[in-house]
Design a protein around this ligand. Structure first.
Ligand SMILES: [Zn+2]
Ligand SMILES: [Zn+2]
Length: 255
């Protein structure tokens, strides 16, 4: 698509009547999703594991960890997803990623607002970076678009280039957890201009969809090595491992 035409389509996405990002029907003013899809989307919130935010069936208290987090404490300080990953929410993510539906980034950011911590003094929003060849073919980073919108809604500083991605991550299919970690672990580095400048800062790391968590985990590792004291991963949709089984085995303790 020529550049001018691309911009024209982006503008159309803003100007045309609101359409439900899941099914495409025109929605009534006041809500981005149609009533049917809104009811089908599984919005995520507490009660959940303090570590990975896997949902609990009942409230175990704000300090409760699931069995998986106790066995293998995560590097991050929480995952905050707007909705559970399923066919419906995947469609929203794909429309943003490949359909050029830039306005969707704002819709997603609005759904993440409720997860933003009260205290945002030292907080910076930054996206999981794309490899430059992907930006070149797609012309934007969908996670950066969401981050920018969330920053606009909250007044939190948005810094798009804290992390650099060096290589295209190979397909993860068939790799176990450890191999996935290794595959993405060396893909990210801190941008040299931020070296030594992130001590004590807190980061909201934006990813569009979180499936295995290997990619964001690679980013969290780099950020923490760079002095960042707290990283929460914010995403539109999140895949949950084997339903509720991991949360079911959860126990509660004070950390
Ligand atoms: Zn709909
Ligand atoms: Zn957990």
């Amino acid at each position: 698509m020529a550049k001018g035409s691309h911009i024209f389509h982006m503008m159309l996405n803003w100007v045309l009547p609101e359409r439900c990002p899941c099914c495409g029907t025109i929605t009534a003013a006041g809500g981005p999703f149609c009533v049917s899809c809104w009811q089908k989307l599984e919005f995520m919130g507490p009660p959940w594991c303090r570590g990975c935010a896997a949902p609990f069936d009942f409230d175990r208290g704000a300090d409760a960890y699931c069995a998986a987090c106790i066995a293998n404490p995560p590097r991050h300080d929480g995952i905050r997803a707007a909705v559970k990953y399923d066919d419906l929410s995947a469609r929203v993510a794909l429309r943003l990623k490949y359909g050029g539906k830039i306005g969707l980034a704002r819709v997603i950011a609005q759904q993440l607002l409720r997860h933003v911590p009260d205290e945002t003094d030292q907080v910076i929003i930054t996206p999981v970076p794309l490899h430059w060849t992907r930006i070149w073919s797609r012309s934007f980073n969908q996670s950066a678009l969401i981050g920018k919108q969330l920053a606009a809604l909250t007044g939190i500083t948005f810094v798009p280039d804290i992390l650099l991605r060096h290589k295209r991550t190979p397909s993860m299919r068939g790799l176990d957890h450890k191999r996935r970690r290794q595959a993405v672990g060396s893909a990210f580095t801190l941008h040299p201009k931020y070296k030594g400048k992130l001590k004590g800062r807190k980061i909201i790391l934006i990813d569009d969809v979180l499936t295995t968590g290997a990619t964001s985990d690679g980013c969290v590792a780099v950020l923490k090595r760079g002095g960042v004291s707290w990283v929460q991963i914010f995403c539109w949709a999140r895949a949950l491992r084997s339903g509720k089984t991991q949360a079911d085995a959860g126990v509660s303790f004070d950390a």
